[in-house]
Design a protein around this ligand. Sequence first.
Ligand code: CP
Ligand code: NVA
Length: 312
Amino acid sequence: MRSYFKGKDFLTLMDFRRDEIEYIIDVALEFKRLFGVRAPHEFLKGRVIGLLFEKPSTRTRVSFMAAASHLGATPIQLNPNVMQLSRGEPIKDTARVLDRYLDALVIRTFGQEIVEEYADWMVRPVINALTDLTHPMQGLADLMTIWEYKGRRRRIKLGYVGDIWNVCHSLMIVSSMFGYEMYIARPKGYEADKRILEYVDDMSKRSGANIVFTEDVEEAFKDADVVYANTWHSMGGPEAEKDKRLRDWSGYQANEDNTVVAKDDFIFMHCLPGYRGEEMSDGIIEGSHSVVFDQAENRMHTEKAVLALVVE
Ligand code: CP
Ligand code: NVA
């Protein structure tokens, strides 16, 4: 598949322009159609995709493995605990070695600087499968899902409740790019990363987006096209302070009662894994507004588009 993205890293959505994001999602929509009719799309026959995950994963791991397999590539899981990384081999050595074997490296890790370090030492593309800062693959699938359900790509209001972390940051990035309103409900003291805020402020001025933080969940959900929930205690640092977060975030939940203020045809989204009784009720994820499993499916189609476009 020809593409001017060949060889490009995919570390954050901030590295891409709005028209590029639209193009990637158009490719994903076409892959979804091909998958639906079981038409072969083996654009990466003979390629090898490494998956290095330093945090747990169900969706990202399996959707990348399926996506690579459908493209005719071989996905290989790299368990960091059995690699020499676990005995202190530096990233710069590991990266240069992996670069000799793989056609792309997909990484889930902690700091954004870790994926950047791999990318610095590798010629082959490095794809961010979640860091503390961003979750670009989730952002792509979320946009695709919103566009499919809403039938439009502009004039969207999102009401978000949950950790101000990777998923929230990626939604802030795309919302600012596409001129959306995004209301983020959270207890005071939980704020977005400065790098993201700087990008979002600048981008919003150009796109007309409005990204608002509030302590009022109903204000966030009022007239929303999309109600989006995410865990209160993300993997890594936030998880270590789970007890405090369960207290601080109590009440910051999407449920059947407080979403009556959203638009009648709102969709309920969640990146998953989700925690019933915390950031969402059982009724809302199981209810008629919920699109969470279509959203999860779209992870595979968008990742397939990214692989097909960046892997040489
Ligand atoms: N949404 C998401 O990234 O899920 P996993 O942690 O299961 O990959
Ligand atoms: N914010 C969550 C997303 C999981 C997909 C986390 O980092 O744990």
